[in-house]
Design a binder for this molecule. Structure first.
Ligand code: SF4
Length: 480
């Protein structure tokens, strides 16, 4: 055999034994496989985590977590048992190596971040922001982002069955944390969903609707089914994608009788109308793909929907190697029939620098995974460029690697730049983490941050409404 950088071996999926955790020692299989039991036993705070893992975890870990929640976390804690059980799958908490393995665990690193994970030099990029993709600015009606000519994103609710530390929609999704207050929808849910359907009826140029949130698994099933049925009745809609990380985080929900029967009805209507319904999930690590996840995915395919696809996020310490990515893609593809589709660069939200990869790293990863997976299942690495949209990482127009600034172009307008004659000639910027830059680049940023802050202070002191870079506001809030 020729020696290869990556060696493929089919790995059998396995459900880790939840009874290894003292808090779940008596939990039966029937309880474990109940969505209701899973929701009722989600871990929401340090006390509950201690109750599950028991007293043998080093105290240092719990204080590290508490400090993160008080000073850095942009998402509150919400971890379904299904997800917690995939952390350190081969060890019990009384194993002396458990705490160290928990610190290193890829799922723990993004679902239960601790203070010592984060950068202390640049916890946030100076231009990070809460709604870093400016989705709310592009709301055609509240919660309906119209960014691309033929596609919309419907944020039907602001909650999920699980909260990921790196959530792009940290502005809107989840409960407030000591660091971040959340934006609240102003309209009542029924009015909002009704207005979305009315907008789509009035805009036949839109053919593709991503139904998201949050996570659609938190909308009561009858309401979700009614909303998707309304979409199916809009003549111009041809693609519907249901966004749910819960297919992995809470597969028990997608395996429930009510949901399976409802999806069958929706899939039948979609087929009659030549519409594609797909589920888009969000899996970042191979160990998250367990037999229950595979069963849920295959149950959804059996209802007659078009596909189940994965949109992961590239995260340092989670999946930032070709092996981690390929192991994940093969686990998805081989046994769960989930199509690897995208891996996004982590967006420029506050306190995310320790997770973010530079554009150059993502380009390298894209090259390193080529040729192992079937072409149709080779995921694309994406940069979601503010005010532009998704771009493949090699589509960058220009890349200043000293300052970590990449420049991107666009070929369509959003409502935000409808009147901007130069929008299609302009270059839009995206920023690499500063700590990755050469010293000269880091020095440039330090000088820029200091100069911008000084200027902003002078303007404030003078009470003037001067033309200061609005992004400077982020400097005070997030880079301390
Ligand atoms: S499931 Fe998606 S929307 Fe919900 S917290 Fe995670 S990344 Fe955010």
């Amino acid at each position: 055999m020729v020696e290869q950088p990556y060696v493929y071996r089919h790995a059998e999926l396995a459900e880790p034994d939840w009874r290894r955790f003292p808090g779940w020692a008596g939990v039966t299989t029937a309880e474990w496989e109940s969505a209701q039991w899973q929701r009722a036993h989600c871990v929401k705070n340090v006390r509950q985590l201690r109750g599950v893992l028991g007293p043998q975890i080093a105290e240092e870990f719990y204080s590290d977590l508490e400090r993160d929640q008080a000073e850095r976390a942009t998402m509150s804690m919400l971890v379904p048992p299904q997800m917690l059980n995939t952390m350190v799958p081969a060890l019990a908490p009384d194993d002396p190596a458990f705490t160290e393995a928990l610190y290193a665990d890829p799922v723990r690193r993004y679902m239960i971040p601790v203070f010592s994970d984060r950068r202390t030099d640049w916890p946030s990029h100076p231009y990070s922001s809460r709604d870093s993709l400016h989705e709310a600015e592009m709301w055609a009606v509240e919660g309906l982002t119209h960014r691309y000519p033929t596609k919309v994103l419907a944020e039907v609710l602001p909650t999920c069955p699980q909260y990921c530390g790196h959530c792009t929609r940290m502005d809107l999704v989840g409960n407030p944390t000591p660091v971040v207050d959340k934006v609240k929808f102003g309209m009542a849910r029924e009015d909002r969903l009704g207005a979305m359907i009315s907008y789509l009826r009035a805009n036949p140029g839109v053919r593709d609707v991503v139904v998201s949130g949050g996570d659609v698994a938190n909308l009561p099933w009858p309401r979700l089914e009614a909303f998707v049925s309304d979409l199916l009745a809009v003549e111009s809609v041809r693609d519907i994608r249901l966004a749910t990380k819960a297919l992995m985080g809470l597969p028990q929900y997608w395996l429930s009788d009510e949901v399976r029967a409802g999806m069958e009805r929706l899939a039948a209507t979609a087929r009659d109308r030549d519409v594609s319904i797909a589920i888009h999930t969000h899996v970042n690590a191979a160990q998250s793909v367990t037999p229950l996840v595979a069963k849920a995915s295959k149950a959804m395919l059996a209802t007659g929907i078009r596909d189940v696809r994965n949109q992961g996020v590239l995260l340092r310490g989670v999946n930032d190697t070709p092996k981690a990515l390929l192991d994940l893609c093969f686990a998805l593809l081989d046994d769960a029939m989930i199509m690897p589709y995208y891996f996004y660069l982590c967006d420029m939200i506050p306190n995310s620098e320790h997770w973010r990869l530079g554009l150059g790293e993502a380009q390298q990863l894209q090259l390193q995974i080529m040729g192992y997976l079937p072409g149709f299942a080779t995921p694309r690495m994406l940069c979601d460029v503010p005010y532009v949209g998704k771009r493949w990482v090699h589509q960058v127009a220009r890349y200043d690697t000293e300052r970590g600034i990449s420049y991107w172009t666009k070929n369509y307008r959003t409502a935000v730049d409808a009147d901007d004659a130069e929008a299609l000639n302009r270059q839009f910027e995206y920023y690499d983490p500063i700590y990755l830059l050469p010293e000269s680049g880091q020095q440039w940023w330090r000088a820029k941050v200091a100069a911008d802050a000084e200027r902003a202070e002078a303007v404030e002191a003078a009470g003037e409404d001067a033309d200061v870079d609005e992004r400077v506001g982020a400097l005070a809030g997030w880079s301390a």
